[in-house]
Design a protein around this ligand. Structure first.
Ligand code: G4P
Length: 195
């Protein structure tokens, strides 16, 4: 997605060979117009999949997921990372380990919002090692719902998550794939120009 790649080049900061900071439009401040275009692009890519729910994870997945939900016309659920006062039992849960933060989080979704007959699109902001996606897929499997695919705003193609998830036969659509951040330079993977 050209508009997204331009934004990454204009506003992204390479913090190290592995970490890209995009706080000005995705992870802290949010650019609603860009999110709207991201929502339209996910909708275009997953049209015809008969999606009934979008599942994301707090916090940075929520904005792109909500915009995709708006255009697909379906509700958006986000997995919670912390125990909530009102979300106590009746939950599907999974454990997600973050290599970046070196901590495990228990993620949960209420059984009220994910049902057997749901066709679910997963959406998240970053795909790095894929731990968040694995946890969300585990929750979909526990609910016995169907997974339509995974939509990612920025995939770090030099980390293992994307390849591992695709090897499982899961469709992954990433709007920008960064193949290298070496020497402070952002290099994108060449994609089909139609995308
Ligand atoms: P994984 O889920 O793919 O395995 O990711 P990992 O454990 O490596 O990442 C943990 C957190 O760091 C996730 O956010 C993920 O989105 C984010 N992250 C990973 N690589 C980058 C990067 O290069 N740049 C930025 N900006 N973020 C990255 P989180 O903890 O769930 O945070 P949030 O959603 O509350 O913002």
């Amino acid at each position: 997605m050209e508009q997204l790649k331009n934004k990454i080049v204009d506003e992204g900061t390479v913090l190290s060979d592995t970490v890209l900071k995009v706080d000005s439009f995705l992870n802290h401040q949010i650019d609603p117009e860009l999110m709207q275009e991201i929502g339209k692009e996910f909708t275009r890519r997953f049209e015809g999949e008969k999606i009934t729910k979008i599942l994301s994870i707090e916090s940075s997945g929520i904005a792109p997921a909500t915009m995709a939900g708006l255009y697909l016309g379906v509700p958006v659920i986000f997995a919670r990372k912390r125990k909530s006062l009102t979300l106590t039992d009746h939950l599907y849960s999974s454990t997600v380990y973050s290599f970046t933060k070196k901590e495990s989080n228990e993620i949960s979704v209420s059984k009220d919002f994910l049902k057997k007959d749901d066709v679910v699109l997963l959406i998240d902001d970053f795909l790095a090692n894929g731990q968040a996606v694995h946890g969300l897929v585990d929750i979909i499997n526990k609910a016995e719902a169907k997974l339509a695919g995974v939509g990612i705003v920025i995939e770090k193609g030099f980390q293992a998550g994307g390849a591992e998830i695709r090897e499982q036969g899961i469709r992954v659509e990433s709007l920008a794939i960064v193949d290298s951040l070496e020497n402070g330079e952002i290099r994108f993977r060449d994609e089909d120009p139609a995308q």
